[in-house]
Design a protein around this ligand. Structure first.
Ligand code: PLP
Length: 396
């Protein structure tokens, strides 16, 4: 009887789910990905779904990268990253109130890698990690992959961190760490100094390490971003994660960094050297140029995001309850008045009006009743998308 070579090689058994580790089997597929499979290949859809700047990498950064390639700079760098880049990052972070040495900087392959190796470096089996939600989609799955326990803390109704809740959850679960992200994806909320002080107090009181994802630090509009690590007693317990994907529109170049106390950074480096070796050299060269000469381009992009934010919020406010985002490039309107679930709303908006947004529950249960709209598209598309959302809600 005919037997395919693949079947012969697997001894006749079917490819089995069981071959995937239990930890991976236990991961929920990303709510964003499931939704985006629906729109692949559809040019008629305006997407406010993807959290990615619509700008190209500023030209002078591309030019430095091209020049480096022409010179044949294509080898591995030190595991830590280029010395000049680490120095530039330590200098740059003064802007957010942190004085650190270049020795405390590790260049990573995006903040994504930073989150992964930070969690892996600090967690033992069963250690808890507090995660205020709604939040970026990777924190909880990456915690589970290390054998840690992700503990979601709701932040609704206003998406601000609550000192009381953080304290209560910390008392109950004795966590090892808390992950914060501000300005926040998906809510656009950023934290004031007072709120950061409250989180810092809770971290000190319950001896937690703070993983502070500050990837949108440059896109803070309501007030100036300060790092939680700049507060009294916090630098020794904070892992700052930041990168170039959002501020400098360098998503595909895969470049970020961690600033952490020496013992934790050494742990992170151990993992990084085995799993990544080093961040891409071309991206490191581009990042150095971004820090040295990128401010003007950054300012232009920032001004454009503010213009779009103001427009979008004003337009959507006609039909939905929406708060003015403090930063990043996301608006997170409530769709509760529409009488649909987040998924129903997003699916119907897509099928009836060809506009893609992300259901709020993709960012944690307490995101239910909201949708995330990324205003990282040009004004013409944004205007069109906003009009269609208004039409959709009015027609319900
Ligand atoms: N952290 C947050 C809050 C994000 O929104 C994103 C991307 O959307 C990332 C991390 C991943 O960033 P990177 O491109 O640096 O891996």
């Amino acid at each position: 009887m005919f037997c395919s070579s693949a079947t012969r090689r697997t001894g006749g058994s079917q490819l089995s789910h069981e071959r995937v580790s239990r930890r991976v089997q236990g991961l929920k597929p990303s709510g964003i990905r499931r939704f985006f499979e629906l729109i692949i290949g559809r040019d008629d859809v305006i997407s406010l779904g993807v959290g990615e700047p619509d700008f190209a990498v500023p030209w002078r950064i591309r030019e430095e990268i091209i020049y480096a390639l022409e010179k044949g700079m294509t080898s591995y760098t030190s595991n830590f990253g280029l010395k000049e880049l680490r120095e530039a990052i330590s200098e740059y972070y003064r802007k957010f109130g942190v004085e650190c040495d270049a020795k405390n900087v590790l260049v990573t392959t995006g903040v994504s890698e930073g989150v992964d190796i930070a969690l892996r470096a600090i967690l033992n089996e069963g250690d808890g990690v507090l995660i205020p939600e709604p939040c970026y989609v990777s924190y909880s799955p990456l915690t589970s992959l290390t054998g840690g326990e992700a503990v979601a803390i709701p932040t609704t109704p206003n998406f601000r961190p609550s000192y009381e809740l953080i304290n209560e959850y910390a008392r109950l679960t004795k966590p090892r760490a808390i992950v914060i992200n501000y300005p926040n994806n998906p809510t656009g909320v950023s934290y004031s100094k007072k709120e950061l002080e409250e989180i810092a107090d809770a971290a000190i009181e319950h001896d937690m390490i703070v993983i502070s994802d500050e990837i949108y630090a440059e896109l803070s509009y309501t007030f100036k971003h300060i790092s939680i690590a700049s507060l009294n007693g916090m630098q020794e317990r904070t892992i700052i994660l930041n990168g170039f994907s959002k501020a400098f529109a360098m998503t595909g170049l895969r470049i970020g960094y961690a600033i952490a106390p020496a013992d934790i950074l050494e742990g992170m480096l151990k993992i990084h050297q085995y799993c990544m070796l080093c961040a891409p050299v071309t991206a490191q060269i581009g990042a150095l140029e971004a820090l040295r000469n990128g401010e003007d381009e950054l300012e232009k992009m920032r001004a454009e995001y503010i213009r779009r934010r103001n427009f979008f919020v004003k337009r959507i406010r006609k039909v939905l309850d929406i708060k003015m985002p403090d930063g990043a490039f996301y608006a997170f309107p409530s769709i509760k008045s529409a009488g649909l679930s987040s998924e129903e709303f997003a699916e119907r908006l897509l099928f009836e009006k060809n506009v893609a947004v992300v259901p709020g529950n993709a960012f944690g249960e307490c995101g239910e009743g909201y949708i995330r709209c990324a205003y990282a598209v040009d004004m013409e598309k944004l205007r069109d998308a906003a009009d269609r959302i208004v039409e959709f809600v009015e027609g319900l």
